[in-house]
Design a protein around this ligand. Sequence first.
Ligand code: SF4
Length: 461
Amino acid sequence: MLPHATSAEKFLNDRSRSQWHDDTLWFVREKRDQASRTIPEWEALREAASRIKDDVLANLDEYLIQFEEQASANGIEVLWAADAQEHNEHVAGILRKHNVHRLVKSKSILTEECHLNEFLEARGYDVVDTDLGERIVQFLKQPPSHIVMPAIHLKKKEIGDIFHEKIGTRAGEDDPQRLTEAARGHLRQKFLEADAALTGVNFAVAETGGFVVCTNEGNADMGVHLAPVHIACMGIEKIIPRSEHLGVFLRLLARSATGQSITSYTSHYHRPREGCRMYIVVVDNGRSRQLGRPDFRTALKCIRCGACMNTCPVYRRSGGYSYGFTVPGPIGSILSPNLDLKSYRSLPFASTLCGSCSDVCPVKINIHEQLFKWRQVVSRKGGQTFSKRIGLMAAGWLFANPRIFRWSGAIARSMLAVLPRMMVYNGLNPWGKAREVPEVPGETFREWYLKNKKEKHGESQ
Ligand code: SF4
């Protein structure tokens, strides 16, 4: 797997797309800010959500068993999967059992994580993603680049070209309204033909055995209401203890994700319709391991709102594909090393550690602190490049020797003033590609501080 910086460079080489991507996501971040300000008790809600999730993580085994008992009593069949392979085999088994050939899916990050589409398509099943953004990236045989806005990296002209090729819209059509109408007609036929519907799960309620799915397009409901078999796939961390807790999470989720006060469709499922079947596949796939890591377990509180991506200056400029993981951005960078530290060792470094991700997170995950801790784990395990190791050793030595630090600072300042420009701005120094060296100040902070301290001291005497 390529390091994040190498993959990011590809995206950044298209300057206008990278700038547009940055601006678009910042716009969503600002909508989130405005929406959060409409709720005076916003911080109390975040605190409550964080505490509920702390309780869930501390008692996950009990809540999961309670959920299974309640769901089973409601007539839902609950299946457990230790990993992605078992999850996929469960789904394929259900499809075989009911002689299903055509499956419609609504957005489910978990099935992306398990690579379910590829697994089923290799076995001859017709799988159609019905979320508009997901359908667009499915046409391109690409994964989503954002967990809430899967095709956010594409411009409307590109989407028009894809629709022209795949569903026969007029060449050059790029009017979002007309493209959406065309997609609706195309998907409606898929809903009518489907033998089974698969949905994700936003929240599974232990006390009732029911679960909630949030969409803005109503596609989960269309699939589930038409097909005789409903399969819902969820990670073990999706549990919340009681129905009353939904009031906390639903208010936070939509506002954090898109700045809406609530998602257009918040659908509650409790039991199969008469004559129909309902299954829930509950998946671990590395989550128990993460739960057992004291420094990183709270990453499991994530409700997948995407707010940390929209605010992250690195994600906004480097795009979702640069992470090479199903969940990109800051939260993906603390989840992925848990699954495969070697492959994803560069991701904890894909951050400025500015802390903006932690500030916007509705469940108060200390994302930037976990990024920093993963860096320490990577470094301890020798995951740094040789040049970085040498650089950091040199920096450590320099910072541990204040005299030499001061002396080298003075040399650097005087050199910078006279060095020819090409010494900094050349092809060998990527630092200079998008930055200007600030003007060298006349004195250091230390000199300023000592002088002012002295003057102040003199005045007070
Ligand atoms: S870590 Fe927090 S901000 Fe990021 S997606 Fe998860 S809940 Fe949202």
